[in-house]
Write a protein of this length. Structure first.
Ligand code: SF4
Ligand code: SF4
Length: 77
């Protein structure tokens, strides 16, 4: 079994904490472009989208721990 991130998108408030903490862990500073996870606004559907770069993500689960809304959850596959 491998850890994976389960995304419950309807809960996302677009705070970007996941992006900022991921970039801090990867690059040691807050820069969204350094993160393995991105949060985009889908204006047509009026909701957020999470894009996870599977190559960059090492499943450290820091973003899951920081997400205040339960959008990101730890799972296994
Ligand atoms: S699990 Fe770790 S590396 Fe992957 S997106 Fe979250 S904080 Fe970044
Ligand atoms: S930390 Fe959670 S609520 Fe905030 S943008 Fe990321 S997924 Fe959405």
């Amino acid at each position: 079994m491998e850890p994976t991130i389960i995304i419950n998108i309807k809960n996302c408030c677009g705070c970007n904490l996941c992006v900022l903490f991921c970039s801090w862990r990867r690059a040691k500073y807050f820069e969204p472009g350094k993160a393995a996870i991105q949060v985009n606004k889908d204006y047509k559907r009026n909701r957020y989208q999470i894009v996870l770069d599977e190559e960059k993500c090492d499943r450290c689960m820091l973003c899951v721990a920081q997400c205040p809304t339960g959008t990101l959850l730890k799972g296994e596959k």
